[in-house]
Design a protein. Structure first.
Length: 370
């Protein structure tokens, strides 16, 4: 299939094999199943646990929601974390999780050490994969500190654990490169793609595995008589045709390069909010960013609930700017790759007006903490 060949040629994996679906959630569900199938047929059935991270987002199906590390996605659903073998390690968010006096490098080393301690406690022979977004999306646009993924991957390699790169948010230009893996030095053995795969014009997703993993599935499936997994609309010809054309346009119009250039401009302009009384942190990479609003800028104390971010989102919309309020009162921006400098300037101006409205709102209600 043309789309599968295009993806195999693009991704930072050698001889990737592609399984097509309709959403990021089903792509992640697919890999949960393929991991189990693979280790079962290669004689390691105990190797099925998957380590995810706090505040990660990987979807809302049973398995994908279990991989997700956001409490609202879990509440009232009685998700089968233990049955699925889902484990959790810390998020790479230095602003929120760094210790007093700790450097970013020390923080990244601590996260890698905590991961190794978890692996040893569970038994390396039971851990199949580690899943991560290069830059977290719904969890707050969390950009890991420099060196984080190098340290994490060294631990995974030491214990023969697969690196699973969830590119549903970051893939196809969002971080200023073709994939978040390229931006952050990730060398995956598993990948999931969706959203920008078709520029969101059609529902389509992809789960990718290595050639050796694929080959291990062929003979056992033939013995059973079928590979017992698939979706009604997986590989739908219309969705595939749209996605194939979108990938052609990305390359024809050099949109990844444009995203890098405009992303640098966007991030530079957003740094103008660093000194705003409400803004605790400005973070982002390429064409994705967030501002975290705090009750006390010096101590980083958060607001009591998420209403301040919601208020700022509403004010942005009333000024003609669409943003997304995330948990922890982070206001996320994810502009189109074709945005111009003038439009970035307009975005920043409208965001600034909304922040001033929000400052007046929290001041009047005495929500700031001295």
């Amino acid at each position: 299939m043309a789309l599968a060949d295009q993806l195999s040629d693009m991704v930072p994996m050698t001889d990737a094999r592609v399984f097509l679906g309709s959403s990021g959630s089903d792509a992640n569900d697919t890999l949960v199943k393929l991991i189990r199938y693979y280790f079962n047929v290669t004689g390691r059935p105990e190797k099925h646990k998957i380590i995810s991270r706090e505040r990660a987002y990987h979807g809302v199906t049973i398995a994908a929601a279990s991989l997700t590390g956001l409490v609202p996605i879990h509440t009232h659903f009685s998700l089968p974390f233990e049955a699925l073998g889902i484990l959790r390690t810390g998020a790479p968010h230095f602003y929120r999780d760094g210790l007093a006096g700790e450097t970013e490098e020390e923080f990244a080393s601590r996260r890698a050490r905590e991961l190794e301690e978890l692996i040893l406690a569970e038994g390396p022979e039971t851990i199949a994969a580690f899943i991560a977004e290069p830059v977290s999306g719904a969890g707050g646009v969390i950009v890991p500190p420099a060196g984080y993924f190098a340290k994490i991957q060294a631990v995974l390699k030491k214990y023969d654990i697969l690196m699973w790169d969830d590119e549903v948010i970051c893939g196809f230009g969002r971080t200023g490169a073709d994939f978040g893996a390229t931006s952050l030095g990730i060398q995956p053995q598993l990948m999931t793609l969706a959203k920008a795969l078709s520029s969101a014009y059609m529902p389509v997703s992809a789960a990718l595995v290595t050639e050796d993993m694929y080959q291990a599935l062929v003979e056992p499936s033939a013995e059973v008589g079928i590979f017992g997994h698939g979706y009604t609309y997986g590989g739908h010809p219309v969705a595939c045709a749209v996605a194939s054309k979108v990938l052609e346009i990305y390359q024809r119009d050099r949109l990844f390069e444009r995203a890098r250039v405009m992303g640098e401009y966007l991030q530079r302009k957003l740094q103008g909010f660093v000194d705003h009384p409400l803004v605790g942190e400005v973070r982002g990479m390429g064409m994705i960013a967030a501002l975290e609003l705090v009750a006390n800028k010096q101590t980083r104390q958060p607001f009591a609930d998420n209403s301040v971010g919601g208020f700022c989102q509403q004010r942005c919309q009333e000024h003609g700017l669409i943003v997304r309020a995330l948990g922890g009162n982070s206001v996320a921006l994810c502009p189109p790759l074709i945005i111009s400098e003038a439009q970035v300037d307009e975005l920043v101006e409208k965001l600034g007006r909304a922040l001033e409205d929000t400052l007046a709102h929290v001041t009047a209600r005495q929500l700031l903490v001295a």
